[in-house]
Design a protein around this ligand. Structure first.
Ligand code: SAH
Ligand code: DHB
Ligand code: MG
Length: 223
């Protein structure tokens, strides 16, 4: 058995026991694939981790950057109270359309809003609306802009908020200091920004699983 097959099987085993029989999430993945979206949503165990983090956080407001078909959105929004709010930013109108249908089927359309456009255009507009500080920000879009997204996340959060960044390992490419790949450079800059920022305390965790060898960075906003 290949190592990655084993990682898949272990994800399957954990999912079967810890987040079983979830028709709404299965349907979201099925319809995303049918619409031709890439299969790059977080894995089921990762999705459940996002939900648990938001619950531990007692989150009432969540910002997501990078919606795709709304799979991670649904996990996160399930942590919110009925009067909570999740705003998800997505560049592709097609992805946003698929996500909007998936979110409605999950019964979460009253608390979730998907905004179409490049996140770096949407974020200043969002800031102009003076939203309540977000309790959790999930960054999972174009990795080249990760340092800008961390910067915006800081502006849109307050003490105690949690920032999560997906795909910070990418098969280990993150350690290549000479890399000219925009995603690697963006992620390295984001990690280094978290490390040196006086208002952030962070870590990063390597993961294996159905999505290969990758990982999350986590950063807590300090006073
Ligand atoms: N969070 C999703 C996966 C997101 S995949 C999940 O786990 O289910 C990355 C998404 O970011 C894609 O849908 C892509 O269209 C979007 N994206 C890429 N560049 C972007 C940008 N500049 N602004 C907003 N979204 C962007
Ligand atoms: C890929 C995976 C992701 O989680 C993502 O956000 C973007 C791309 C990928 O495997 O290519
Ligand atoms: Mg991702």
């Amino acid at each position: 058995m290949s190592e990655s097959q084993l990682w898949d099987d272990v994800d399957e085993y954990f999912s079967a026991h810890l987040s079983p029989d979830d028709d709404v999430l299965q349907a979201a993945l099925r319809d995303s694939e049918a619409a031709g979206l890439p299969s790059i949503a977080v894995s089921r165990p990762q999705g459940k981790l996002l939900q648990l983090l938001a619950e531990i956080q007692g989150a009432r407001t969540i910002l997501e950057i990078g919606t795709l078909g709304g799979y991670s959105t649904i996990w996160l929004a399930r942590a919110l109270p009925a009067d909570g709010r999740l705003i998800s930013l997505e560049y592709s109108a097609k992805h946003a359309e698929v996500a909007t249908r998936n979110i409605a089927r999950a019964g979460l359309d009253k608390i979730v809003e998907v905004r179409v456009g490049a996140a770096l255009d949407s974020l200043p507009k969002l800031a102009d609306e003076n939203p309540a500080p977000f309790d959790l920000v999930f960054i999972d879009a174009d990795k080249a802009n990760n340092p800008h997204y961390v910067d915006w996340a800081l502006r849109l959060t307050s003490t105690g908020s949690l920032i999560v960044v997906d795909n910070v390992v990418r098969g280990g490419r993150v350690v290549d200091a000479e890399s000219t790949a925009p995603d690697v450079r963006g992620t390295r800059e984001a990690i280094e920004l978290i490390g040196k920022h006086p208002r952030l305390s962070g870590t990063a965790i390597q993961t294996v699983g159905g999505k290969g060898y990758d990982g999350f960075a986590l950063a807590r906003v300090l006073a």
